[in-house]
Write a protein that binds this ligand. Structure first.
Ligand code: DMJ
Length: 579
């Protein structure tokens, strides 16, 4: 008998090979090449939506376009930066692109890997993606007793990066690590109000103040809801939802006049501690998380949407100004209602957010128009900040000229209604109202004229000339293109990319610049992780012909990590008291 069975072995082996061959032919190659792809893993009860197709112009049957080759060049730039990082900074936080060394400035957990993962996936770099998985599997998020992880940066970069890479790839290890990290950061919320502490030791749970002492910045308290709510949805852990919703509740009932949510809030009082109203540093991403929480949860969380509308109305009325000679529409901040006229690169996310809101909220026709006009005018100015400089890259902060507003504008005449007070003289909303009241002369709203770039009489002085490889301007160009379909936004992004290649590329990466106002800019020895997470991702998505991350199915967190739109089930709504 035994001899008989042994004789069968070769047949069983050949039969097995034959069946395997049939299976191989039956399964599309994309599944084999996904490096642990979506279809190869058991589905989680809250499985993310199918990931976008790895798009590759060469594999596409349609004719190759100029934009395809531009997208390819961005992918090449990403690979160049990734290879430099792998060679000289592997497993460290960031590459130092001049000294070819590394920095461990964000917990020393290998930030660049996590921040770059979803960009790799989107660009179809599946081998590189798979190769990082053992590293992710070994992550412990440990810190020595004297080190603290900054809550905001750790959430938007690490937690957002892990969750987004999970949502795209369905690789379970990414969710496990996100859950570990989410839990380890929870003690940050152990203040009397529930507003988060600045930083936390992930091992001991000890927390510490930042430079703002016993206050939290509005952006920091309000930029954890997307990540923790998605994590609550994936894991069913109550505390993830409760902790971040508590912050929403504080904001919902806060006594804030005219939607001017200030930039600082008392950690132990839960009330504002200053009177700065801004969309720049200290506030920026808070605005994003209001609209995007509502969008991510399939428009179910009206608290977030209502807050967004309150704040955005106030921004449009109080923070948008026109420069006196070139009519540049810009957004500034106010202290005690007095505008500083500073205009930050960081604020250039706003046009993208406004156009996203204009196309997703149920606004009246007029409101939709105003939001879209504001978006367009601001996006023009953000772009001009780049185009005005001889190297084609924009400074970090400028201060706009004020006063002596261009009285030649056709809607300003001698009538008493046209007389603007010195305080409001450049305020965009006043000009818009006058223009509309005069029957919209010329048909183009104030601040939306096509203004040519110039190197002289720019209407601003440069306060911080540095260029830090930031994403906000190209982020808005991306949204403007996707929402309006006007190719001019893509062309502008292409100009930015060419300048990036010319002035910031180093032998093994890309470098920030000390000043954009000189013809031969000097490079700085830093390549912030958001360059690969955000700047290159938005440029790539701006140039790809296919919409790889459909805007109605995904929302980007403030570090450009896409999270899927999902629906709270009935039991979750009951559990979390979602009205
Ligand atoms: C990024 O880390 C995020 O976009 C954050 O919200 C703002 N600052 C940087 C990029 O400039």
């Amino acid at each position: 008998m035994l001899v008989g069975k042994t004789r069968l072995i070769p047949f069983i082996f050949i039969g097995g090979l034959f069946c395997w061959g049939l299976l191989y032919l039956a399964i599309p190659p994309s599944v084999w090449h996904m490096g642990g792809g979506y279809d190869t893993y058991p589905r989680h009860p809250h499985a993310p939506p199918p990931p976008p197709n790895p798009w590759s112009p060469s594999a596409s049957s349609r004719p190759h376009t100029e934009w395809d080759s531009r997208a390819d060049q961005v992918k090449e730039a990403f690979l160049h930066a990734w290879q430099g990082y792998q060679r000289y900074a592997k497993s460290h936080d960031e590459l130092k692109p001049l000294s070819n060394s590394w920095d461990d400035n964000f917990n020393a957990w290998g930030l660049q890997v996590i921040d770059a993962l979803d960009t790799m996936w989107i660009m179809g770099l599946r081998d590189q993606f798979s190769q990082t998985m053992p590293f992710v599997a070994d992550m412990t998020f440990n810190l020595t007793e004297t080190h603290y992880a900054p809550f905001f940066e750790t959430v938007i970069r690490y937690l957002g990066g892990l969750l987004s890479a999970y949502a795209l790839s369905a690789e379970p290890i990414l969710l496990s690590r996100a859950d570990d990290l989410g839990k380890m950061l929870l003690p940050a919320f152990n203040t009397t109000t529930g507003l988060p502490m600045y930083a936390i030791n992930t091992v001991t749970g000890a927390t510490t103040f930042g430079w703002a002492r016993d206050t939290t910045l509005w952006s920091e308290a309000m930029s954890c809801q997307l990540e923790y709510k998605y994590l609550a949805h994936l894991t069913g852990r109550h505390e993830y939802f409760d902790k971040v919703e508590k912050i929403m509740d504080i904001m919902h009932v806060a006594k804030v006049q005219d939607g001017k949510f200030p930039t600082k809030w008392g950690l132990f009082t839960g009330v504002p501690t200053n009177k700065q109203f801004s969309v720049g540093a200290f506030a920026d991403s808070a605005h994003e998380y209001l609209l995007k929480q509502w969008l991510m949860t399939s428009k179910s969380e009206t608290k977030a949407k209502d807050l967004y509308l309150r704040v955005v109305d106030s921004i449009i009325t109080n923070l948008l100004y026109l420069s006196p000679n070139r009519n540049l529409l810009y957004v500034t901040d106010t202290y005690n209602d007095v505008p500083s006229h500073a205009f930050e690169h960081l604020s250039c996310f706003l046009p993208g957010l406004l156009i996203l809101g204009a196309n997703t909220l149920s606004l009246s026709e007029h409101e939709k128009q105003v939001h879209s006009w504001a978006a367009e005018g601001l996006a023009n100015t953000c772009y001009l900040m780049y185009a005005d400089q001889s190297i084609g890259l924009g400074p970090d902060v400028v201060v706009m000229a004020k006063g002596n507003y261009n009285v030649n504008a056709s809607y300003l005449d001698d009538s008493p209604e046209s007389q603007l007070t010195p305080i409001t003289e450049g305020r965009w909303f006043d000009h818009l109202q006058l223009w509309e009241a005069q029957g919209k002369p010329g048909g183009i709203p104030p601040g939306l004229e096509e203004i040519p770039p110039t190197v002289e009489n720019q209407d601003y002085v440069v306060r911080d000339p540095g260029y830090f490889l930031r994403p906000e301007t190209v982020e808005s160009l991306y949204y403007m293109w996707r929402m309006t379909g006007n190719e001019k936004w893509r062309e502008r992004g292409w100009e930015v990319f060419k300048s990036l290649q010319r002035y910031t590329r180093t032998t093994y990466g890309y470098a920030s610049l000390t000043s954009v106002t000189v013809k031969m800019p000097q490079k700085k020895d830093e390549m912030p992780s958001f360059f690969m997470a955000e700047t290159l991702k938005y440029l790539y998505l701006l140039f790809t012909e296919e919409e790889l991350i459909p805007i109605d199915k995904w929302v980007f967190n403030t570090e450009a990590h896409p999270l899927p739109v999902f629906q709270w089930s009935d039991w979750e709504k009951e559990r979390y008291h979602i009205a």
